[in-house]
Design a protein around this ligand. Structure first.
Ligand code: ADP
Ligand code: MG
Length: 290
């Protein structure tokens, strides 16, 4: 069911200004799963950068390695090789980084500036929220590990809910997820991701589990967050959705970024076979729906 907040927000969200300087830069990212004959080289030298205030859509068919790349950038998974930079400083993406593995970095609570400034939104808003936590506790949780008093955390929680158009926040703070629609759940998940005011938001197919109308509201929300200067890297398997939300597209295929550029240029002249098949699939869906 679509709530009133979603309906209002679709008309309230605006276009963003142009992107700024490079925020995150990943080079030669490689990742293989399994060993021997069953090994799969999922990422085979991915180069990707994102600018402040930019919405970059990482496109590719299912199994292309989109989630894998996002999880590496979020620090949930180690890369086999490659390097990444956040604001020009090296970002730990491998166990060998300064001799510390990522799990160890996490266990010891040793944080990296680039990680502190990055948040991840998962695909499934039903699995992402604990059914036993009220919206207030869910959104406030990332602030627990940080300095600041309870009043400040409460204020930032309210601000985060406002920034995702869950208005007024008081209406939602004491609800459990079962009292929220799918779109509202995803907004709460995004509020939790932005409560720490990250510079980079990673979103893994955040609309694929939502109905079309709730999905449009979430896409507009990303555009508005980017207009405030946040960089947003969003994985999408559908070209039409990517063109709607993104300033720039990057197509992942065979473990590499095979094509990138503004949506108009790619739609007009798709060069790689994978991009052409994404264009054809989007055109077929458009014709079928009319
Ligand atoms: N933890 C894992 N162990 C083994 N294989 C994995 C693991 N995670 C992903 N894969 C494989 O890596 C490939 C890419 O997966 P994924 O990054 O989820 O693709 P996408 O998000 O583009 O659909 C798939 O073939 C998937 O089965
Ligand atoms: Mg995925």
């Amino acid at each position: 069911m679509i709530g009133a907040a979603e309906a209002v927000e679709v008309t309230a969200c605006d276009e963003a200004p142009g992107p700024g300087e490079i925020l995150m830069d990943a080079r030669g990212m490689k990742k293989r799963f399994g060993a021997g004959r069953s090994a799969v080289q999922v990422l085979d030298g991915v180069d990707l950068s994102i600018r402040r205030g930019e919405v970059l859509a990482l496109l590719g068919p299912s199994g292309a390695g989109k989630s894998t790349l996002l999880h590496i950038l979020a620090g949930l998974l180690e890369a086999d090789s490659g390097e990444a930079f956040f604001e020009g400083a090296p970002l730990p993406i491998r166990a060998s980084h300064r001799g510390w593995g990522l799990p160890l970095l996490r266990r010891a609570g040793i944080r990296h500036a680039g990680r502190e400034k990055t948040s991840l939104v998962f695909q499934d808003p039903y699995a992402a929220l604990s059914p036993h936590m009220r919206v207030r506790e869910t959104v406030l949780e990332p602030l627990r590990a940080r300095r600041g008093d309870r009043d400040d955390a409460e204020r930032r929680t309210g601000e985060a809910l406002r920034s995702v158009c869950l208005l007024p926040p008081e209406l939602y703070l004491d609800r459990f997820p079962d009292r929220l629609s799918g779109g509202q759940r995803q907004r709460v998940a995004i509020a939790r991701a932005v409560v720490t005011q990250p510079d980079l938001l990673l979103a893994d197919e955040p609309t694929s589990m939502l109905d079309a109308s709730a999905g449009v509201g979430i896409l507009n929300l990303f555009r508005r967050l980017a207009s405030g200067g946040m960089a947003i890297l969003i994985t999408i398997h559908d070209l039409a959705t990517a063109c709607y939300v993104a300033d720039r597209l990057a197509v992942l295929s065979g473990g590499k970024v095979v094509e990138e550029g503004p949506p108009e240029a790619i739609l007009k002249d798709p060069r790689h076979e994978t991009t052409r098949s994404l264009v054809n699939a989007a055109a077929a869906r458009y014709c079928k729906e009319r």
